[in-house]
Write a new protein. Structure first.
Lengths: 82, 365
């Protein structure tokens, strides 16, 4: 139920007074409501849950986390190899 | 796909597993709160790759599973009415009520429709002005902004034939109930990443302090989950109990402000019954009085007291509290299968029993 999937915003428009978007889930295009993401821009990646954007994925944070994880010392890895 | 593939990377997964193995010195029991995380863990086999010291137990974070039987029975009674179109997220349809499920109502001719979004239910209301639309508004904080927006839009678009059957629950109340129980099993929590996307994680800071327990905001892919476990184990091994954020690309401390405003505009806190667990004080939402017009329970007051019958064999309440693993249930895979479920945990896409059955965790290992 709390499944949220990253999707890229490819079109922004308004329907019934609601801020809406076409979003691309790696090739599958769906409509989602962007009312909760007032700053969303074309090209942003968002977490979509039951047809609503809940967050704009933060590229800087994602890169920093990835760097941190990749720097993890290989000390433990030797343990697995042994 | 960006933001998915790199978090499923096999080399990085191995590296993190090795780091966890190198960090852990004694047994720890961690609970992943969200059923989506449970499925990810079992599907990817992380439960079998982690060092033996790490015992993952599965939490109550499956809204379909904790929706009380009384409300499921009410939903079924409403769905049978010829003047109603009953709309729901698909997961709810196979949840066993006292005598049948919503699919059985559909098969018997009831107008039961699966929707992907509550906005789809609004469209059905617009297209069918002579019917009353009941939308089964279940969920944790993640789903509350969407369900709340549907109610506000029904009012704004003048759709008086739209109603909601509300069963909303919240995570901090569940953590409190688990930690206040007499025999606490949990050493650390992996908090649900999408609940925190909406609500932030400041609410968890007093809980971590009060119960001296680390809480790590965790995502859903294998790398995210191992990152959460590693942070939690580091806290435990160093004797600290902070709230940490291992899902920073989506979660901030304060969460999504506009979504929280709409939740507060539509809902207020109330006591809620959790299926298999019981009533937890101030653990969920109901519609505010000024929106009671859209409350399906008030629109159809005749659908009130319903005699509920839970299967005496089902131990899903213990499973939802992490006290039993699905494979420890005598009925698991015997009397209870996805085809003949005794409890909601066997049919929900976030239910622990469904994950154990689907990915072959038939016995303890």
């Amino acid at each position: 139920m709390c499944l949220g999937i990253p999707a890229k915003v490819i079109e922004l428009y308004e329907t019934n007074g609601l801020k809406m978007a076409k979003v691309d889930f790696g090739g599958v295009i769906k409509e989602a409501c962007m009312e909760y993401l007032p700053d969303v821009k074309l090209g942003d990646y968002t977490i979509i849950h039951v047809g609503f954007g809940l967050s704009i994925l933060d590229e800087q944070e994602a890169m920093e986390t990835m760097e941190l994880l990749k720097q993890i010392d290989a000390l433990g890895a030797e343990g697995i190899a042994a | 796909v960006k933001y998915l593939d790199e978090y499923r990377d096999a080399d990085l997964t191995q590296k993190l597993l090795a780091e966890i193995k190198g960090t852990v010195t004694r047994p720890w029991t961690l609970m992943e709160v969200c059923g989506g995380q449970t499925h990810s863990i079992i599907k990817s086999g992380l439960d079998r790759m982690l060092p033996a010291e790490i015992n993952l137990i599965h939490g109550p974070g499956c809204p379909v599973c904790v929706t009380p039987l009384e409300l499921v029975d009410k939903a079924i009674a409403l769905a049978f009415r010829p003047d109603v179109i009953f709309t729901s997220y698909g997961d709810m349809l196979r949840v066993p009520g006292s005598t049948r499920d919503l699919f059985a109502v559909k098969a018997a001719g009831g107008d039961v429709r699966i929707v992907y979004s509550p906005l789809d239910a609004l469209k059905i209301a617009r297209d069918n002005p002579k019917k009353t639309i009941v939308f089964f508004a279940i969920g944790f904080e993640t789903t509350a902004p969407a369900n709340a927006m549907a109610v506000l839009q029904a009012r704004a678009q003048n759709l008086p034939n739209f109603t909601v059957l509300v069963s909303h629950v919240t995570v901090p109340a569940a953590i409190t109930a688990l930690m206040d129980s007499p025999d606490v099993l949990v050493d650390g929590f992996l908090a649900a990443g999408h609940v925190c996307t909406v609500m932030g994680y400041w609410e968890y800071e007093p809980l971590a302090e009060r119960y001296k327990i680390p809480i790590v905001v965790t995502g859903f892919e294998p790398v995210d989950i191992l990152h959460g476990i590693l942070d939690c184990v580091r806290e435990l091994e160093s004797g600290t109990c902070q709230v940490r954020n291992a899902y920073a690309r989506s979660v901030t401390r304060n969460g999504n402000g506009p979504a929280q405003v709409v939740i507060r505009d539509v809902f207020e806190m109330t006591d809620r019954a959790w299926r298999g667990i019981g009533v937890i004080p101030m653990s969920g939402y109901h519609l505010k009085d000024e929106l009671a017009f859209f409350d399906a329970e008030k629109r159809f007051p005749e659908v009130q007291s319903i005699d509920t019958h839970e299967s005496p064999l089902c131990i899903s309440g213990l499973v939802l509290q992490g006290r039993k693993k699905p494979s420890e249930c005598p009925a698991f895979g015997q009397q209870c299968t996805p085809q003949t479920p005794l409890g909601a945990t066997m049919v929900s896409s976030e239910g622990a029993c469904a994950a154990y059955y689907r990915y072959g965790r038939y016995a303890n290992h």
